[in-house]
Design a protein around this ligand. Structure first.
Ligand code: GLU
Length: 374
């Protein structure tokens, strides 16, 4: 078993439509899914957190709606199919997890939920909360409202965004193939399986081949795109075959797979992104007590804030300043500028009364903060 899989505490598992839905009958492959849910229950019993990214809504819904099974669906047909199929999927997951004394939850995301920082924090908080409550979130794209311009279209990249958003240790993509090959195995006799990808070079990208011309399925090309997002965020990514029953147990037993190795951990990758890649939109000046609190690893509370400058929204990067005007570090603000100004100097317990909504207790959470070396 790979160390990366063995040591992963927070895991995202992506399952594609072809594994979930029987191509002939258009029905859910119930026994296969039940076995997968058993595997997930085992992981949970080991204290590991699991998020599922599940496709299958369009593939299931189009059959229920009796839309011609070979033709490519137009956008509104796909949206309608997703609306129908998603209900059945959610129901099946609820049933199966319930049978194993686990709570499941449905999260439907659109592109903006992972690309816009304000909404990103919302989605992340919800998934974090569900995980801390012991639930198994099941995520899909909200295909019913997604349009061609604002959709992922494939759940490989969606899964990588989710993994990156929640700082997962490992993303497992269950596929109809057990990993990346030097050439498409069906078309070439000397296609070699690649066990580990240390770096996603142009050669590796070339091995992924061309995009299939199917409406929603990604092929190897979106899996390599997902790997780039994933390893860039410090999350290892594994492609392995989902064609067998109990595919996650098989992975633990050493099943063949391709590992795209991340060379930093999610926390380091997240913090270097905050420190280096984001343009700060404002400044928050804090008092001497808060300087000490931050130095000992605490979040920044409104009580310690003595000044707010600039124009920033929730989720934007801000600079944290000492009372003397020195830069102490950077972080993501959990409040927009106007709200931060209104709660500065006040106790966290007063936030609700001042703002009229229940916000987070801190202005910058310690996980979203990087202090400069001093
Ligand atoms: N979100 C789509 C669905 O549920 C699947 C996208 C994909 O195939 O990757 O049908």
């Amino acid at each position: 078993m790979s160390e990366e899989w063995k040591n992963a505490r927070r895991i995202v598992v992506k399952i594609g439509s072809a594994l979930l839905i029987n191509a002939k009958t258009g029905r859910l492959r119930h026994d296969w899914l039940a076995a997968l849910v058993d595997d997930i229950a085992d992981l949970r019993a080991q204290g590991r957190e699991v998020v599922l990214v599940s496709s299958g809504a369009v593939a299931r819904g189009r059959r229920i709606l009796e839309l011609d099974s070979s033709a490519t669906l137009n956008l509104s047909q796909a949206q309608a199919s997703a609306a129908v199929g998603q209900i059945g999927l959610a129901h099946a997951y609820q049933d199966l997890f319930d049978g194993r004394d686990l709570v499941t939850a449905q999260i439907l995301l659109t592109l903006g939920d992972t690309e816009e920082r304000r909404r990103y924090l919302n989605a992340r908080n919800t998934i974090e909360e569900l995980l801390s409550l012991g639930a198994v979130p099941v995520v899909n794209e909200n295909d019913t409202v997604a349009t061609n311009e604002i959709r992922y279209g494939d759940n490989d990249r969606l899964a990588a965004r989710v993994a990156s958003m929640i700082s997962a240790d490992c993303l497992v993509i269950l596929s109809d193939i057990d990993g990346l090959y030097t050439a498409p195995p069906g078309e070439s006799d000397d296609a070699d399986h690649i066990a580990v990808v240390e770096e996603i070079t142009t050669d590796i990208e070339a091995m992924a081949g061309d995009a299939p011309d199917h409406f929603s399925s990604g092929g190897m090309i979106t899996k390599v795109a997902a790997a780039k997002i994933s390893v860039g965020s410090g999350t290892h990514m594994i492609i392995t075959s989902g064609k067998i029953t109990h595919p996650l147990k098989a992975l633990s037993d050493g099943a063949k797979h391709t590992l795209f190795r991340a060379h930093s951990d999610p926390v380091t990758a997240w913090k270097s992104w905050i420190a280096g890649s984001l343009e700060p939109k404002g400044k928050i000046t804090i008092d001497a007590g808060a300087v000490l609190a931050l130095a000992s690893g605490n979040s920044l509370l409104p009580a310690g804030v003595i000044g707010v400058d600039g124009e920033f929204d929730r989720g934007d990067a801000i600079i944290i300043m000492s009372p003397d005007g020195d830069e102490l570090g950077r972080g993501l603000s959990t409040y927009a500028k106007n709200d931060a100004e209104r709660i500065m100097g006040r106790q966290s317990s007063e936030i609700n009364d001042i703002l009229g909504f229940e916000g987070r207790a801190c202005i910058v959470h310690r996980d979203d903060m990087v202090l400069s070396a001093r």
